[in-house]
Design a protein around this ligand. Sequence first.
Ligand code: SF4
Ligand code: MSK
Length: 653
Amino acid sequence: MSINDKKKNDTLQADACTACQSTAEMITKARKDEVVLNFDRAAAMKACPIGADSACCKHCFMGPCRLNAKDPYGKVGVCGATIDTIQARNFARTVAGGSAAHTDHGMAMLDLFKEVVNERIADYRIKDPIKLKEVADSIGIDTTDKTVKQIAIDLYRELERTYVQVEGEIPFAKRVPEKTLEQWRKLKIVPRGAMREIMEMMHRTTMGVDQHYENITRQASRTALSDGWGGSMVSTEISDILFGTPAPVEAGVNMGVLKEDQVNIIIHGHEPNLFESMLASVNSPVMVEAAKEAGAKGINLVGMCCSGAEMMSRHGIPHAGNFSSTEAILVTGAVDAMAVDIQCIKQGLAAVAECYDTPLITTNPRCHIEGATHIEFNEHEPKECADEIVIKSISRFRGRTHPVQIPKQVNQGVQGFSHEYINYMLGGSFRGGYTPLNDNIINGRIRGVAGVVGCTNPRSRQDDGHITLVKELIRNDVLVLLTGCAQVALAKAGFAAPEAAVFAGDGLQEVCETVGMPPVLGLGSCVDNSRILIAASEMVREGGLGESLADLPVAGAAPEWMSEKAVAIGQYFVASGVFTVFGTTFPITEGTRFHELLFDGLEKQGLGKWGFSKDPYEMARMMIAHIDKKRKALGIDKARERVLVGMDERREL
Ligand code: SF4
Ligand code: MSK
């Protein structure tokens, strides 16, 4: 094979791994550099077929036990556990793992808030006192004639119950539409406190405790709800109060945001506090001067994964790529430091970073990586860690030895659509509210709303599922809300620009062009999926679209998920009443009672239900069919048939 043929072949293979041109370019370069990436490891590691069907159990050591997914009721475990018990326990523990991650993240934000309120931390302050009051009001705290500090103290005390309460209902249950909450009460799945739910879930799924798949699934719903309406929601709200509520802001996305003549620092992870402190540090005159002395034109701070999505939404910080690109970007040779905190940080980063002499710096006591440098981030003295990261990156810039190859792709788009902004954007400052959104759903210009969220996964072509699904949804007039790695995938494909409205169906296009918004709205990180729950609750409260979340013409999807957190998110959407479709894989055996429960039975209980398809077109079809089913039940299916898109209506809009 000639060198040119080999290059062409590598590019083809790289294109099969990803729809992201920058990442494909770096996969090709990595192969030339003989550096192994996540895509190569995925190709070399055949997924365990028994685990993929969730037909194995290692909850005790009379086993581990393996059942046969082809004959699921032909065998039981040594203890007698059936395929339904085994699958339900595995699923529930996945939910518990994901919920624990979001909950611990949210609790860290609340701890930070407490220290700020008690004035023990000088580097952060309450940036959004209006939101502070709104959140306090939303859970019944009396804010009349109270100072910001008094409200903050009351809010802290109340929200702490989200985690530590052992009896009663978590505070944000007050935000749940009444009919949905009634259903939860009937099913006994209103969360008490997240710690209690996660603990009980782990207990009930240990050997010899809960051995009825329906009862296990009920606690899985309760645990997941303690994440969505608890840990995650607290994280979003407190981060907004401390660092500012996002409003539309322009940001560049993709690897082209790296700059050859600047010191490039990537922050990757999930908690915004490290990133906020890095922002202060890279803008300090001392550091800027030090970078210049090293021959750099400046310091370029960029994000990846979810803290990146959060900072992009809040401050317009450039974003270099999503989960599957975090190793590939190191191959540019242009990354002078990558600092990480928690979640979705591949251990493989250490080996790739070493190949390009890029310092990989862990900063959180919960996350150390062999081969990385640990510089602990302390919120009381955040500058120490942040400055040290900057100094290390300047030093790496000064001594750069690897040739730099930065892909050219950068897509500009609009990010930062909090649920508060959607309220304002569609309603205007004088008639803020969800009425225009509901009206446009009722009159059929907007067919429904979809949340497309979640990761990328090297077991499916990166970004392809997200882009194909979303294109299909907007073409059919479904307004799409995005978070996390899905948001980044669509931004890289150019869909965060208002001009992308041309890809929407006539009705949605008309709304987008009138308001000046893109057909997809990025809401931030994975914990910010809670914004979707709040927006959906507002839609119910506004009226005209039913009485519970399950009545709404909405659906959710995670086409390329990989994390336990995604399953927790999926289950809290399902338990909230939303039809949620996953792609790539689903850990379940078809034809079992447990499968029937998740994919049908939960809906019969008045909740939502799960769906699965590897084909993004089929996912879109399933979601649209569900939205149409809900429109029909609401009696608004005829409106879509009548919708006209003339100039008069445009003016009226
Ligand atoms: Fe096997 Fe039962 Fe032990 Fe699981 S709990 S490993 S099914 S014996
Ligand atoms: S970072 S959980 S890969 S969305 Fe939140 Fe992306 Fe999924 Fe991690």
